[in-house]
Design a protein around this ligand. Structure first.
Ligand code: PAF
Length: 280
């Protein structure tokens, strides 16, 4: 496994595998089984797997956990190697955002301002900006994103469509299913902040989604999920929403097709999100 710390080192590592297909897994590190499942999926798609580890300051709103965000680089490199990653790209902030170079800023638009974007101004613009920068540097054929961050996945798909339409290196976005632990909790790097009691509380998110997903109409879905969430007041609900999978717009009561039930809640100081597809 090659570890590239600079754009030049990445370029050199990619030159060695020139002509081979590349699948890219962007991460902020603190790798867990969820990330490793993205790597496993990447390996089925392409001959070379590139994984980036970069805690992107642009996507943290003021007061969020940028400083505190876990950065266990040695453990991450060992996990990446075991998972069969070919190239790890672990750049510094200056390497990604050179102070002397004007930066191409991406805009998420209206969908970037709702749900996750509402309480995190600039989050999705910052996320898309780094993802576009990483796509420019890695030039992957495939990029793998987890379904847990459904709004991110939606916006990244839009970014990829814009880039493909503009004649950039053709890129296919692959959605990877959310990985859960044996209790049903969606894996997240932030779970490590939770105490044993909070881990128990956090399970209400998945329970609410499962309950809502069994209902037959959008309103019944929201009612059922709300009722479950109310049983656990220690999970401070930020939003529960039902959106069309294709547009990310709220579903109407007569909607037919694939929707997504989304939830965000704070357990202690830790903000958790989860979602499930729902079919009507
Ligand atoms: O999902 C993440 O970990 C981040 O948002 C990403 C895609 C690596 C961009 O920083």
């Amino acid at each position: 496994m090659r570890v590239a710390k600079t754009n030049a080192e990445l370029h050199a590592a990619l030159a060695e595998v020139d002509g081979k297909t590349v699948a890219f897994v962007p991460t902020m590190g603190a790798l867990h089984a969820g990330h490793l499942s993205l790597v496993a999926q990447a390996k089925t798609k392409a001959q070379v797997v590139v994984l980036s580890i970069f805690v992107n300051p642009l996507q943290f709103a003021a007061g969020e956990d940028l400083e505190k965000y876990p950065r266990p680089i040695e453990a991450d490199l060992a996990a990446a190697e075991t998972a069969g990653v070919d190239i790890v790209f672990n750049p510094s902030v200056e390497e990604i955002y050179p102070p002397t170079q004007g930066m191409q800023q991406e805009k998420a638009g209206p969908i970037g301002e709702v749900l996750e974007g509402l309480g995190r101004p600039g989050h999705f613009d910052g996320m898309l900006t780094v993802v576009a920068r990483l796509f420019d540097l890695v030039q992957p054929d495939f990029a793998i994103f987890g379904a847990k961050d459904a709004q991110q996945l939606f916006l990244v798909r839009q970014l990829a469509s814009r880039r493909n339409a503009a004649g950039r290196h053709p890129l296919q976005i692959i959605e990877a299913e959310t990985v859960r632990n044996e209790t049903g909790l969606a894996l997240s790097s932030r779970n490590q902040y939770l105490s044993a009691e909070q881990l128990e509380t956090a399970l209400v998110l998945n329970r609410a989604l499962l309950e809502g997903a069994t209902e037959e109409t959008p309103m019944a879905t929201l009612d059922a999920a709300t009722a479950v969430l109310r049983t656990s007041p220690k999970a401070k609900l930020e939003y529960l929403a039902l959106v069309e999978d294709e547009t990310f717009m709220p579903v109407s009561e007569d909607f037919h097709g694939k929707a997504r039930l989304l939830v965000a809640a704070k357990v202690g100081e830790t903000r958790l999100i989860d979602n499930l597809p729902v079919y009507y």
